[in-house]
Design a protein around this ligand. Structure first.
Ligand code: FES
Length: 125
């Protein structure tokens, strides 16, 4: 018999960092790009409409250090970094990756911008 609340199958960390107006630095939420301001809400609404909110938990986060590729979001588990997001791309990611189980490779950050993770055991002192 299973007790308690089931853990989510996925967490989606959406970068919500926005540079102050007039800042040349790119950021995932931009004053000059209305769509970039609506992406988190779009993500949450789509999850709700598809009935998978709860087993998929969207989380607003700060800068994920890939600002040049923004807007970005990280899907866990899998450590999948999606870049250059639009509402349409988010819809495809939900349908194909989150529900379908297949990573949408064409929206994943290029390997040269991501690389292999460094195990903390190699860096710890
Ligand atoms: S502002 Fe989103 S990754 Fe830096």
């Amino acid at each position: 018999m299973m007790n308690g609340i089931p853990q989510p199958a996925f967490y989606i960390f959406k970068c919500q960092q926005s540079a102050p107006p007039g800042m040349p630095k790119p950021s995932c939420v931009s004053q000059n790009d209305p769509e970039s301001q609506q992406l988190f809400q779009h993500l949450a609404q789509s999850l709700m409409m598809k009935g998978i909110m709860g087993t998929v938990q969207p989380i607003q986060t700060g800068c994920l250090n890939r600002c040049q590729q923004g807007p970005v979001m990280l899907v866990e588990p899998g450590h999948t970094m999606y870049v250059g997001l639009t509402k349409e791309k988010i819809d495809r990611i939900i349908d194909e990756h989150i529900i379908g189980g297949n990573v949408v490779e064409e929206y994943v950050i290029p390997p040269e911008m991501w690389g292999e993770p460094v195990p903390p055991s190699q860096m710890a002192r």
